[in-house]
Design a protein around this ligand. Structure first.
Ligand SMILES: Nc1ncnc2c1ncn2[C@@H]1O[C@H](COP(=O)(O)OP(=O)(O)OP(=O)(O)O)[C@@H](O)[C@H]1O
Length: 632
């Protein structure tokens, strides 16, 4: 042992070299160790993990990255002050033992100053660190949500809302955690180097070699025992996702749950899923515990070995017996950073697994990537629509649409009628390119749909779908959604055309009434009218009405249809209808049965043909007559 005074002083101060408590990165202080180990594992297998740092750096951007570097540097400075402070105290004890009271006091002042500065530096960094973390969360959430919104219709048909929401929120938090961990790398490195340096200064090179061997052995044990830990985390996260999904779904569908008195059944299923998830996490934790035991054995044996070496050196140098205790205390301090790694490694690997799940969303191709058509629609005004030999199947063995062809000249109306499940709504969706046909062509003003820029195409079309779903905002905000820049007069005109004035008059807060989740606080007919106003406000070049007025009584339906015809005069219209009385004015009516056109023509021509349209017409007339005869 070279300097027993320094050892004594270091042991007395009792704070060692750990950066624990010295800054904002406390919770992640030992994460870098695992970062590198995960990196090594990633090199072997997980391509996804490899892209985590790249993804975080891209999402963060240069400004935020600069701020992160600055806060890390401040924290590192704190770690450096903390590391050199014991040397000042040792010097104070030395000077004191040589009766240099003034020098000793000065050294003590330096020691206290260094300790203060060690705490001050990261404290100054804290608000910046928090700001970096907040901005990071915003940047990553925006990036992932924007990507999720840009994913194709088919993706959204199969995704599970609850699971997606949870994956994104957990992934974003995990990114924050990983960035903090990497930011903690420099202070941690300073701490380790300082610990190793002081060890070799106090003892000799053999102690440094023993310390290095301990670190290597510890790292190797970790790398081996961490195998499979990520996989169990991924499995448990998947089970968590299923439970979240059922939870969100049952909340969204609360009306159905209540109407079927299914609260207990839903809860039982939810508990079951929670139990499965808990089982997954238990298996994950048990594996963690096994790994921890392996690390603890390595730690204990290594610590014993290093301690025995230190005692041997003490024996040789002939220090006082109290030095034995000081060596034990000091050794605990210098190996503590390594031990700390094990305390957080589970969390770090879990973070990696969470980011992986989120990145899986980002690897999905967006609509723009899948359909890169870039042409704008030529001209202005109503669009012409040409559909030729269209074949489309939701299921490979059962075509939904077969050889469908039609033309809608600009400003004309085409109506599609026919039995339920015949493919009418599917045809409407194909016009928005929500699905890709297997064969055939769709052209707008002569431009093939696949050549058109999707945003431009959808911007020119407006849809009133069969199930109008509204946002849980005010009624007027739901309408303004179509064109946020619309003037007050334009909004009022759209509302009036959709027959909303009466509705607004009846509502407690008028147009500022909150419509409830998915518009549940409005009647079906009221919701349809909001959806019509929203579509009209968009000023489309092609208006697609899919059973847009089916929830209205016949009189209101006729009134609103007249107003739509008035407001959307000259706009090309594609109308799907069950009630044939609403399409008698259409320029052409197509009867679609099992995906194929079985009849086409004007209302009069179809009646004259006396085919299935005429039969449907007669049947509906009979029903209307019977309904009129029924007592009120
Ligand atoms: N996303 C989908 N995935 C799989 N099959 C679908 C999907 N959407 C619709 N289908 C199926 O395609 C067929 C046509 O459905 P579509 O909604 O187009 O019929 P429709 O004529 O509009 O019916 P309705 O008059 O009842 O609204 C149906 O058999 C339906 O089950």
């Amino acid at each position: 042992m070279k300097n027993s005074n320094v050892v004594r002083a270091t042991g007395l101060r009792g704070s060692g070299f750990s950066i624990t408590g010295c800054g904002p990165f406390d919770s992640i202080e030992s994460g870098w160790f695992f970062y590198f180990l995960r990196g090594a594992e990633a090199a072997k297998g997980s391509q996804m993990m490899k892209s985590v740092p790249k993804f975080i750096l891209e999402a963060v951007g240069p400004r935020l990255l600069g701020l992160t570097v600055a806060t890390t540097a401040l924290t590192a400075l704190g770690a450096l002050f903390q590391a050199v402070a014991p040397l000042a105290l040792g010097r104070a004890v030395d000077l004191f033992s040589h009766a240099d009271a003034a020098g000793s006091t000065l050294a003590v002042c330096l020691y206290v100053g260094l300790l203060g500065a060690a705490r001050l530096a990261p404290t100054i960094a804290t608000p910046f660190t928090m700001s970096v973390e907040r901005r990071l969360v915003h940047a990553i959430s925006s990036k992932v949500y924007a990507h999720a919104l840009d994913l194709p219709y088919a993706y959204h048909l199969t995704r599970k809302t609850g699971e997606l929401g949870r994956t994104i929120s957990e992934g974003v938090n995990a990114c924050r955690h990983l960035l903090s961990m990497v930011s903690g790398l420099l202070p941690m490195a300073i701490e380790i180097v300082a610990a190793a340096g002081v060890l070799s200064h106090l003892f000799d090179a053999s102690m440094l070699a023993a310390y290095t061997a301990f670190v290597a052995l510890y790292a190797a044990t970790f790398a081996i025992s961490a195998k499979g830990y990520r996989e169990t985390a991924l499995l448990a996260l998947e089970q968590d996702g299923k439970a979240s999904n059922l939870f969100i779904e049952s909340l969204l569908n609360f009306e159905t749950v209540k109407a079927f008195v299914a609260e207990r059944a839903v809860m039982a299923r939810l508990r079951d899923l929670f139990d499965q998830a808990e089982g997954g996490w238990l298996r994950h934790s048990a594996q963690g515990a096994r790994n921890q035991i392996a690390l603890t054995v390595v730690f204990t044996l290594s610590f014993g070995g290093i301690f025995a070496l230190a005692v041997k050196r003490l024996e040789t140098s002939g220090g006082p017996p109290s030095d034995l205790l000081l060596v034990a205390l000091y050794l605990t301090q210098v190996v503590r950073p390594i031990e700390h790694f094990t305390l957080v490694w589970r969390e770090v690997i879990r973070s990696g697994a969470q980011v992986e799940r989120m990145l899986a969303i980002l690897t999905e191709k967006t609509e723009a990537e899948l359909s890169p058509g870039g042409e704008a629609l030529p001209g202005e005004g109503p669009l012409s629509v040409g559909v030729e030999g269209l074949l489309y199947s939701h299921h490979p063995d059962h075509p939904t649409l077969r050889e469908v062809s039609f033309v809608i000249p600009p400003g004309r109306t085409l109506a599609i009628v026919g039995p339920s499940g015949g493919g009418k709504s599917t045809l409407a969706r194909l016009l928005f390119r929500f699905h890709e046909p297997q064969r055939g062509a769709i052209r707008f003003d002569g431009v093939p749909i696949e050549d058109l820029n999707l945003r431009v195409l959808r911007g020119a079309l407006a849809l009133v779908p069969q199930d109008c779903v509204l946002f849980n905002e005010t009624l007027v905000d739901n309408i303004r959604f179509a064109r946020p820049g619309a003037t007050r007069e334009e909004i009022e005109a759209a509302m009036s055309a959709a027959g909303l004035n009466d509705v607004v008059g009846r509502l407690p807060q008028g147009e500022n009434t909150i419509v409830g989740e998915r518009g549940l606080r409005l009647s079906g007919g009221e919701k349809q009218r909001v959806a019509i106003a929203r579509a009209l406000l968009k000023r489309p070049r092609l208006l697609v009405l899919d059973e847009a007025t089916s929830a209205l009584d016949t009189r209101t339906e006729r009134l609103i249809q007249e107003r739509i015809a008035d407001v959307a005069r000259g706009v090309t219209r594609f109308v799907v209808a069950h009630r044939l009385s609403t399409v008698v004015e259409a320029d052409e009516i197509i009867v679609l049965e099992e995906g194929a056109i079985v009849e086409r023509g004007s209302h009069d021509a179809l009646l004259a043909a006396d085919g299935c349209y005429a039969k449907m017409w007669a049947a509906q007339r009979r029903e209307d007559a019977e309904a009129a005869l029924e007592p009120a």
